[in-house]
Design a protein around this ligand. Structure first.
Ligand code: C5P
Length: 237
């Protein structure tokens, strides 16, 4: 599995996305479409991104009863995206149902990778303990949720890069880790709590880093993307 940098297209409209991507023409990008954008634009934007030859992570973080997740995934599998996800908090049967739905929907063609969100990178230990009411260290919960995702047959998890070593130890090297919460030195962390630089994420063993505001809010997004990619690739060798 090839490692890559994924740009989070956290915009509110197709126009904003097209304007942002203008300078990237010809770059073989991997992009992430999340709920802000998808709920405004629907599958039409995905179609356009595919025509531009971008790989797509559709980050809708499904979490519902198993049957609903299975049916939703059956539909999402027909959109031609490369990666989709669910919340591991939905449990093993729900995650298993997600994969089943994708397999049915893909019907013989390549099914999208399916990964599970362990704990959001905006969640601190205090919030996890006192509001989500999960006792213990973030690392322990993330490791346990990753194990559940593996048992359900998923391809990997979303976590902070800080948790990648324990996930790989528990689930094996090929089990994918997709890590948001990436910041360059000197960037503001904003709402993210468990943040890591691109080079550190690579050293910790991340398979994919997801970078949003560090690139999308930069004065020169293309230059910033190349800087991130360079830090990532230098540490991959
Ligand atoms: O702007 P920033 O780099 O913080 O964006 C991170 C992106 O990754 C956002 O689109 C957010 O929804 C997503 N994400 C996350 N933490 C997770 C899963 C997804 O920050 N655990």
């Amino acid at each position: 599995m090839e490692k890559d940098v994924i740009i989070a297209l956290d915009f509110a409209s197709t126009n904003e996305v097209k304007e942002f991507l203008q300078p990237f023409k010809g770059e073989p990008l991997y992009v992430k479409v999340g709920m802000e954008l998808y709920y405004q634009t629907g599958p039409a934007l995905l179609e356009w991104l595919k025509q531009e030859n971008y790989r797509i992570f559709l980050d809708l973080k499904l979490h519902d009863i198993p049957n609903t997740v299975k049916k939703a995934m059956q539909g999402l599998a027909t959109l031609g995206v490369d990666m989709v996800n669910v919340h591991a908090a939905g449990g093993i049967s729900m995650m298993h149902a997600a994969k089943e739905g994708l397999e049915i929907g893909a019907s013989g063609s390549h099914r999208p990778l399916c990964i599970a969100v362990t704990q959001l990178t905006s969640t601190s230990k205090q919030v996890m303990n006192e509001e989500i009411l999960l006792a213990g260290e973030v690392q322990e919960i993330v490791r346990a949720y990753a194990t559940h995702a593996k048992q359900a047959g998923l391809d990997g998890v979303v976590s902070s890069a800080l948790e990648v070593p324990t996930i790989k130890e528990a689930c094996g090297q090929p089990f994918l880790t997709v890590t948001p919460g990436i910041r360059l030195l000197g960037d503001a962390t904003q709402d993210q709590k468990r943040v890591v630089t691109p080079d550190k994420a690579c050293q910790l063993g991340s398979d994919f880093i997801v970078v949003g505001r560090s690139i999308t809010q930069a004065k020169d997004p293309l230059a910033r993307y190349r800087e991130v990619k360079q830090l990532w690739e230098d540490n991959n060798q």
